[in-house]
Ligand binder design. Structure first.
Ligand code: FDA
Length: 320
């Protein structure tokens, strides 16, 4: 019990440190620290280049997985940065299309403009959706902190009617999500359901608990009964057990999705049982925040990170 409380304090402290730009810049400019952190990041991030994501993605597809690919980034604060991010996503879509890599492209709207001007995010999203559609590929919008939920859902709804190849993520921990899901079921487009990753005020969300797990299952129930395409994105074995008992993972509209480097043995177990499993792969130089989040959400990962720093991390062979 005591350890859990210490772990919670550690996780909260790490989340604050993760967003401290001075610490991030210090690490990224340090020739001693940067490679050490990079070794730890290798478990969760395929590499810094597009090709790193594509080559590991191809390997996993050949082993029977589905994949999502993301060029890491969020909260871009100027137009030039948004244009660069959008161009990288377009290049990624083209490369997947030309190489026959059937990947879902996943991203934060704040990476391509939402934090600068919602109109810019809208234009960039349309450009990416058109490009993806021409290659028969799909996009998936991530869900960010609750201050952005309305903006993200409104933008999504304005575009998905014309581009049903776009999906959106919903966070089970927000009290509002049941209403949001009921609304979204009137639109095309896949839905990804996650528990939720941000530090939110306690009056608007459910903390990690049985109640949250039940809420996630209720959301899944609703999607499945509506015949909607859904990704259940979690690393929680107990959730998958419940979903399997309900027979949902045999439903062609339902898949499991997990982040690269987390629970690869569970991915393999599910995949070997014939269940569609999507692995979410990331690449890019902005891996620092991503690494700290993966440790903060599951503090024992600090031991994994230290081991990877000592021995060198990253190994996709755990998936096969
Ligand atoms: P939970 O945190 O309840 O943990 C249950 C168990 O899972 C743990 O006891 C442990 O066994 C295992 N586990 C969980 N995290 C682990 C880790 N890092 N390392 C090792 N084991 C771990 N969030 C969001 O707010 N917006 C988004 O758009 C997305 N997108 C997204 C896509 C995909 C594909 C996934 C898998 C997750 C997200 N998330 C997200 C993150 C999500 O909200 C959530 O924070 C994490 O998935 C952790 O919650 P779990 O459901 O995995 O279980």
């Amino acid at each position: 019990m005591e350890l859990l409380s210490i772990e919670k304090q550690f996780a909260d402290a790490l989340k604050s440190v993760a967003r401290n730009l001075e610490i991030k810049e210090y690490i990224q400019q340090s020739s001693e620290l940067y490679p050490l952190f990079q070794s730890a990041a290798k478990r969760f991030v395929t590499g810094e280049a597009r090709e790193d994501g594509l080559s590991i993605g191809e390997l996993l597809i050949n082993k029977g997985y589905r994949i999502s690919l993301e060029f890491i980034g969020e909260n871009t604060i100027n137009k030039e940065g948004c244009a660069r991010a959008k161009d990288e996503f377009i290049a990624l879509i083209r490369e997947c299309g030309n190489r026959g890599i059937i990947s879902r492209i996943s991203f934060d709207l704040s990476h391509i403009g939402l934090s600068v001007d919602p109109e810019l995010a809208y234009e960039n999203l349309i450009e990416m959706a058109k490009e993806a559609q021409s290659y028969n590929l799909s996009l998936m919008i991530s869900m960010e902190e609750s201050a952005k939920t309305d903006q993200i859902l409104n933008l999504y709804k304005s575009v998905v009617v014309e581009y049903p190849n776009i999906g959106v993520t919903l966070q089970a921990y927000l009290h509002r999500t049941m209403d949001d899901l009921n609304d979204l079921l009137n639109y095309p487009g896949a839905i990804r359901i996650v528990k939720g990753a941000y530090q939110e005020p306690s009056d608007i969300c459910i903390p990690r608990s049985d109640e949250l797990d039940q809420r996630l299952l209720e959301l899944v129930d609703l999607c499945v009964k509506a015949g909607h395409q859904i990704s259940i994105a979690s690393h929680d074995e107990a959730i998958y057990k419940q979903i399997m008992e309900r027979g949902y993972l045999q439903n062609p509209h339902v898949e499991a999705e997990m982040l690269y480097g987390i629970r690869p043995e569970l991915c393999k177990q599910l995949k070997d049982r014939g269940i569609p499993v999507r692995v979410y792969l990331l690449y890019g130089v902005e891996w620092y925040l991503y690494l700290t989040h993966r440790i903060a959400e599951y503090p024992p990962n600090i031991y994994v990170a230290i081991t990877d720093i000592i021995r060198g991390g990253g190994n996709s062979s755990q998936y096969y």
